[in-house]
Design a protein around this ligand. Sequence first.
Ligand code: SF4
Length: 346
Amino acid sequence: MDYHGKPYYSLDAWCKNTYGEKLYKIALDAGLTCPNRDGTLDSRGCIFCSAGGSGEFAAGRLPGAEPVDGPFSIRKQLEAGKKLLEKKKTGRRYIAYFQAYTNTYGPVDYLASIYRQALMEPDIAGISIATRPDCLGTEIMRLFASLKQYFPDKFIWIELGLQTIHEETALFIRRGYPLSCFTEAMEALHKADIPVIVHVILGLPGETEEMLLQTIRFLNRCGIFGIKLQLLHILENTDLAVLYRAGKVPVLSMDAYLSYLQKCIAALSPDIVIHRVTGDGPKNILIAPSWSSNKRNVLNTLHQRMKLSSIRQGQCYESGTFDSLQIDCALYVGQGHFSPDHSPDQ
Ligand code: SF4
């Protein structure tokens, strides 16, 4: 496996191995909602989720983006995204990323039309669809099968926001589905031969390092294609922000985050593609941790530390122990102290 000089198998490395060049992601807002927000399961959303449903980076919403007729014309958002990338891109192709809210939650005809709009663009290599495992019914799976037939040269990826395998944390963050729902969806997606990328949050309230690593080891056995390792951000207008301001949840220091991250990477199967190692909260609504807004610094420090300690993805995958790793530090910043009683409902 060629990691192209990095100590882990990044998405960039995968793109170069597969397409011979970098692919650029264009985040999209398809005007959908989420069952965890529209009252079907809950109306408050996950406790960390911003009002934009994690779609603040959608091409039509970025400063400097040319106005599009409403946020939902996928073709126009793609055009706007390409324009913004014009100066920095070296490759010729893109990934259309359906990011905001739950992108399989809507009438199937509408979903078919938005996915097709993206897949029909000649310079779109494939689409990545962020959704929930409880929103992948039979009709949606049929739609994927027909799209795969119609666009055999393009990929369709599904991104699932699992965040943790631990039911008590899932309840606390109001994820709204049990782990069994995730494993059933994984089975269906495997059968349909659709690669899955799983989102995991580092630093969830009440989770120890061992709990986090249990999530990573579980995912190693699920046959996932990729993973996004993301820091827990405290964003404005979320229930998590209320708890944070009341001193009821702490956030990770950069040292602690990098320590967790290195262990996750060392424990991860060497074949799993790491699509993200930071996750940048939108600066205008980011409350904490403030160090995370300097993404370049976080990435440089991670690479430097991994190099110095000779840590590499999969190093502890077989052994299951971290005896070979030289990592210390596990510090929180802020005064917050988490207790499971600090639920947002109390
Ligand atoms: S499932 Fe996703 S979009 Fe829905 S509330 Fe949770 S984080 Fe937000």
